[in-house]
Design a protein. Structure first.
Length: 229
């Protein structure tokens, strides 16, 4: 069984007085394409507050099972969501988000999730392009600049004036930018391959951890230590 982040849900509906996904975007465990699954044949288990359903891949035609655990009440639009959404088979070969991804700002997390989806679908050029897009969103968030004001290369050069950085981090970010440029522009002799896509995704995740997840973990640990006598 593989759990899915909430942003994979593309549409919610009120079923049995609870919020249940009508459809969701993820990679098919069988053909690994990034597809939209429409949920059908829902069965509500009130004792366990769980909805079981199935969905058919529009690409290969295979069926998957989907569970929605502890959904929010449909009468409250602010509770649209669920404690857990999971699918089976899990396809354990899929690349998974980093631990603590929930600490990444929502817009950046969406771009990162899209990069993972196309990577799992083996679309290497789209992976490198989306990694670069996520990097740009990260830099805009950290610097407070508006999209389109400056080229990404210039924003990266100016980033150390906005955020305390070391040389390894600025070099890492520039590597993601350059790899993304390769994916975004057609070149007869330089198509992005799996190795480049994997390297780009790894580099991007190092940056996400450095800027967003590790500071939150340190903050949580510090709050625990501060309570000790």
């Amino acid at each position: 069984m593989r759990t899915l982040p909430p942003n994979t849900v593309t549409d919610w509906t009120g079923t049995s007085n609870w919020w249940i996904p009508r459809s969701l975007d993820t990679n098919c465990p069988f053909c690994r394409r990034a597809v939209n699954f429409a949920l059908e044949s829902q069965i509500w288990d009130s004792n366990r507050k769980t909805m079981a359903s199935t969905a058919r891949c529009p690409g290969c035609g295979e069926h998957i099972s989907i569970w929605v655990v502890d959904p929010g009440p449909a009468k409250d639009s602010s509770k649209k969501g669920a404690s857990c959404i999971a699918i089976f088979p899990p396809n354990e070969d899929n690349h998974k988000p980093i631990d603590g991804a929930e600490h990444v700002p929502e817009a950046i997390r969406r771009a990162y999730s899209e990069a993972i989806q196309v990577y799992n679908a083996k679309v290497w050029s789209a992976t490198t392009t989306l990694c670069r897009r996520t990097l740009e969103g990260m830099v805009l968030h950290l610097t407070g600049l508006q999209s389109g004001n400056k080229p990404l290369a210039q924003m990266l050069r100016e980033l150390p004036t906005k955020v305390d950085l070391g040389k390894p981090i600025t070099s890492l970010a520039d590597s993601v930018r350059l790899g993304g440029n390769l994916g975004a522009h057609f070149d007869m002799g330089a198509d992005p391959d799996e190795e480049l896509a994997k390297t780009m995704l790894d580099l991007l995740e190092y940056l996400l951890e450095y800027f967003f997840t590790i500071p939150k973990l340190i903050e949580s640990a510090q709050s625990v230590l501060d309570k000790k006598p």
